[in-house]
Design a protein around this ligand. Structure first.
Ligand code: LMR
Length: 441
């Protein structure tokens, strides 16, 4: 017998009588609703829908479905009113232990591309069940419900749970991964220092929440801009989590750089490897054509137009985000989501021998002479265990060194600007005027 396992009491949910059905999906589903009382201030409800393998053997074609006894009768919603039993042979024995993936900015455009990739198994693998814990704002809560509904309707077998909420202390609980996408965009007339402060406060809060409730080995990828400094703020507010676990997304820049080199050399982009982005996800970033390879050969031996490499290529990559905004009217979303997928896969799949990938990571102990205690994009290699090592077989020539220094100076200035958010006294903002986020030009 299978019973709807549903709790509880949401006035706007409809009570639905359930009868047995001949339809037999291969998973059990449940929908939970609970109002969190952790804080006194008003917060929107946390909704959790969970889909989990049944423990019960039911060899019959049509399961019995009953409501729980009167007095303990539970509210339910659509498909989540039904519990389905798996046949013994249908149980997914080879599946790995469920992982929890928290995503902030979950009602936004980037997430709308990303969540369905995660749910499909494209990111963590076809044997990896996932729970999606989605963080939104009070303003976006209705849209977040819509996203959860679309996830329901997609019937992804690997998607075992979906929960939505507006409190990071709820949403980040036990998270194995935190993909932090949500951030305020820079509004008209807003100073860069204001943006750092507004978003910095969000990431300080989220760092504290991760520290308090997430898995102590949670891997954090910060996407919301300015992502390097936001990642540093998050890290500094999460002292229980290893600093190595924090990343700022520069994989989109790496992908953009690979595409431009492939175009210039007339090869498909899978032939471009060892592409490093050094520094900040801003117009000071350094796309490193010196160490990049095409067909395993250093790029300067294939593309001999040094002026193009140093000027046109470099600027194209640095400003690609801004050019895209001008064309499309909004920030990159699909390609950002793809690059988040790439960034995660780079950590859960071993790096191909000899190659590396770019990620904004903690500089302390770096072998390149870059200032310590920053989040800086550098070349990394992973064994596929979620961790990484910095690549040491790189050549930093004068051209690179000079430009890397400029990005380092910018990040040091950003860090001084958010000193009040990282426990280093009063913030003091004096930012280099000529540098911007890729989307700000
Ligand atoms: C991008 O690189 O496309 C974005 O970071 C641009 C932006 O500022 O949103």
């Amino acid at each position: 017998m299978a019973a709807a396992d549903i709790s509880l009491s949401r006035p706007l949910l409809q009570r639905k009588e359930i009868s047995s059905s001949s339809f037999l999906p291969q998973k059990s589903v449940k929908f939970n609703f609970k109002r969190s009382n952790a804080k006194k201030d008003f917060r929107l409800p946390k909704i959790s829908c969970s889909v989990s393998p049944s423990q019960t053997e039911t060899p019959t074609a049509a399961p019995d479905i009953t409501l729980t006894p009167e007095g303990n009768k539970k509210e339910c919603f659509g498909v989540f009113c039904l519990t389905y039993d798996l046949k013994e042979e249908e149980k997914p024995k080879s599946w790995r232990k469920l992982i929890k993936v928290a995503v902030s900015g979950a009602a936004g455009m980037i997430s709308n591309h990303l969540l369905f990739k995660i749910a499909s198994g494209e990111v963590f693998g076809q044997d990896q069940p996932v729970a999606l814990n989605l963080l939104g704002s009070e303003r976006s809560f209705s849209a977040l419900e819509g996203v959860a509904m679309e996830l329901e309707d997609s019937l992804y077998p690997l998607l075992r749970e979906v929960s939505i909420g507006v409190d990071p202390y709820d949403v980040f609980r036990d998270a194995d991964w935190a993909l932090l996408i949500g951030a305020k965009p820079r509004g008209p007339g807003m100073e860069r220092a204001n943006l750092l402060d507004i978003n910095g406060k969000i990431f300080a809060e989220q760092g504290k929440a991760l520290n308090a409730v997430a898995s102590q080995n949670v891997k954090v990828i910060v996407v919301g801009n300015p992502c390097n400094t936001n990642a540093l703020i998050c890290l500094k507010n999460a002292p229980n989590i290893p600093p190595k676990n924090f990343h700022a997304l520069t994989r989109l820049d790496e992908n953009r750089a690979k595409c431009q080199l492939a175009l210039k050399a007339g090869v498909f982009y899978d032939n471009v490897s060892n592409m490093t982005i050094w520094g900040n996800h801003s117009t000071t970033q350094v796309p490193d054509f010196v160490n990049a390879k095409i067909h395993g050969i250093p790029v300067p031996k294939i593309i001999t137009d040094t002026k193009w490499l140093e000027e046109e290529f470099t600027e194209k990559v640095q400003k690609r985000g801004g050019v895209l905004i001008k064309k499309w009217g909004r920030s990159s979303a699909a390609s950002t989501a793809v690059s988040i997928v790439d960034a995660v896969k780079s950590l859960v799949i071993p790096t191909p021998p000899g190659d590396w990938f770019s990620s904004g990571v903690y500089t302390t102990g770096n072998p390149y002479g870059i200032a310590e205690d920053l989040i800086f994009s550098m070349p990394c290699r992973s064994k596929g265990d979620g961790d990484y090592e910095l690549a040491t077989d790189v050549l930093i020539n004068d051209f690179l060194r000079e430009r890397i220094k400029k990005s380092e100076d910018e990040l040091l200035a950003e860090k001084r600007c958010v000193a009040h958010l990282i426990g280093e006294g009063n913030g003091y903002c004096e930012l280099p005027g000529d540098t911007t986020l890729p989307g700000e030009q």
